[in-house]
Design a protein around this ligand. Structure first.
Ligand code: NAD
Ligand code: UDP
Length: 337
């Protein structure tokens, strides 16, 4: 019996594949490589010394996806596949709604049809909108500010309705805070296309000399040093949370929501200092205008994940910076062409 990993070739998916394979689980990857490359999967095989099946399939193609279910005994699913760039989602909302929602409809219909009613879904702290306070617990009010976030919230609601209609479903909704870092092997990591939107890939490219300086988006936020505060979590810790979540989904049905963060907030300036201290590299920066839509502070209360799943983050900020730097130094052009 296999676990279907949608989006398994992506940043978080590859790290999760490694953890699942190392735990002796059978996995099958489905990815259309719209934001990833097949060689990332070869690296997963290299790290684990294990083989697995993978399909180049778009979740929008119901028939092609059904073939994966016909050819394999799938018992559950980790659903990473989706488009994730906030700015792009504002420019191309239909693309985001179609890809993320229709892809999930097809997937869920097939999970239902083939009796594999267990799903772990990649949601995001973005569903908390502009939180009234921090740390954030899972019962905080939900709202979104862009089409990307809206797709996450809509999918959460769709999965909840699926369980309401058929209580055999096990749904585990993981709300990720800010995943960063890379596997310790330096073989897999984040490979953004073009200019990185997110802080850590940008810092990594500055630290390794690929870009001259970091632009810090605003230093007048209501935080300890004026720069934005986030809850950065090591991608390997995040990957491990999926293993815990699927183990629980195998035992109990229901719908559960978990914050996946460390519970600690770091500002942009804290990150610059931590990166320099962990790596010895310099990260020159300039303070520029705020980025529209950014919030002051966002960090998790991750207690529920510990209480219910027995999961908590093990890597600290130094580990995250060092592992990010190793990946970026070894792979200055990511996975290349
Ligand atoms: P990623 O882009 O690296 O991985 C997503 C993968 O899904 C890619 O390999 C892409 O090719 C694939 N994909 C997209 N649409 C597809 C489709 N229609 N059919 C088949 N494959 C498709 O992103 P990631 O950072 O690994 O994120 C994984 C998930 O976690 C996403 O759903 C994302 O929204 C969510 N998430 C990510 C972050 C983050 O900061 N990275 C934060 C919160 C939530
Ligand atoms: N940020 C920045 N410069 C960059 C990218 C991000 O100053 O080039 C800041 C951003 O304003 C926020 C923090 O870094 O305060 C994290 O941004 P990211 O886009 O990584 O995550 P998100 O805002 O989605 O939580």
């Amino acid at each position: 019996m296999a676990i279907l990993i949608t989006g398994g070739a992506g940043y978080i998916g590859t790290h999760a594949m490694v953890e699942f394979l190392n735990a002796g689980r059978e996995v099958i990857c489905v990815d259309n490589f719209s934001n990833s490359k097949p060689c990332a999967l070869e690296r997963v095989k290299q790290i684990t010394g294990k083989d697995f099946k993978s399909y180049e399939v778009d979740l929008l193609d119901y028939d092609a996806l059904e073939k994966v279910f016909v050819e394999n005994k799938i018992e559950s699913c980790i659903h990473f596949a989706g488009l994730k760039a906030v700015g792009e989602s504002c420019e191309k909302p239909l693309l985001y709604y179609h890809n993320n929602l229709t892809g999930t409809f097809n997937l869920c219909a097939l999970l239902q049809k083939y009796g594999a009613k267990k799903i772990v879904f990649s949601s995001s702290a973005t569903v908390y909108g502009k939180p009234a306070s921090v740390p954030i617990t899972e019962d905080f009010p939900l709202s979104t500010t862009n089409p990307y976030g809206e797709t996450k919230l809509m999918i959460e609601r769709i999965l909840k309705d699926l369980h309401a209609a058929d209580n055999e479903w096990s749904v585990s909704i993981l709300r990720y805070f800010n995943p960063i870092g890379a596997h310790k092997s330096g073989l897999i990591g984040e490979d953004p296309k073009g200019i990185p939107n997110n802080l850590l890939p940008y810092v990594a490219q500055v630290a390794t000399g690929k870009r001259p300086y970091l632009s810090i988006f605003g230093d007048d936020y209501n935080t300890h040093d004026g720069t934005g505060v986030r809850d950065y979590i090591h991608v390997v810790d995040l990957a491990k949370a999926h293993l815990k979540a699927i183990e629980r989904a195998e035992k109990v049905s229901g719908v559960e929501y978990f914050n996946v963060g460390t519970g600690v907030g770091y500002s942009v300036l804290d990150i610059v200092k931590a990166y320099e201290a962990a790596t010895g590299a310099k990260v020159p920066y300039k303070i520029v205008a705020r980025r529209p839509g950014d919030i002051d502070e966002c960090y998790a209360n991750p207690d529920k994940a510990y209480r219910v799943l027995g999961w908590r983050a093990e890597n600290n900020i130094e580990d995250m910076c060092r592992d990010s730097y190793r990946w970026q130094s070894n792979n200055p052009d990511g996975y290349g062409e």
